[in-house]
Design a protein around this ligand. Sequence first.
Ligand SMILES: [Zn+2]
Length: 259
Amino acid sequence: LGTRGGAEGMSEEDFPSSPYRCIECNQEASELYRDYNHGVLKLTICKSCQKVVDKYIEYDPVIILINAILCKAQVYRHILFNTKINIHGKLCMFCLLCEAYLRWWQLQDSNQNIAPDDLIRYAKEWDFYRMFAIASLEQSAFFAGIFTFLWIKRLMTAKKKPHFILLLKALLLSSYGKLLLIPAVIWEHDYTILCLRLIKVFVLTSNFQAIRVTLNISRMLSLLAILSGLLLESCMVFFFQRMEWDVGSDCAFYREQDF
Ligand SMILES: [Zn+2]
């Protein structure tokens, strides 16, 4: 964090006046390519690192997705700074629905009810909304932990405000791994518990990379931010347990079945 100047000169505080960023060194760029007449395009070269500002603009979306799955910082910069992807709201909603479904599905298996059909249907529907609300609260607690850590860090270093809106967008987009929860549950097999844990690790790794790339901070700070988020989320889960609400979780149900 201490080093300034050149490629590392961009910091989380400098709001980009240029619309784009170099995906290699995070330096601002005014354009990604220049359009010469007759369909001749030339990719812009970064003044700071002498590499192509954004090579991904001519890549196939599938290649970009594979690179995103590999958690490459360059592709994160491409998506966050150089594209106009605006699906974070819908994606977040869909991820929460996936999580709510997982918890609701666990609940259906653990509750063997003998009430009349209509009552069961009504109760099941209500259960789903409850699971959705709880998944949303846990997700909010995770984000609140991250933001609180970064806010305290900013107070301690007396720097300008980081771009929390951009960070929120990055966190929502990088949680796309939760979509894998549905296939993991539908194709239930002996390794489902392992799959769910791997999905959790994958989502956390993506979030870690998103924080690091968006704010241009060190790996250690990014890791601490993730841990703060997990801490607050765990506090919320602990609170639910103390209240003895049946909220379901990633692994609890499987653990009961294993033994
Ligand atoms: Zn560069």
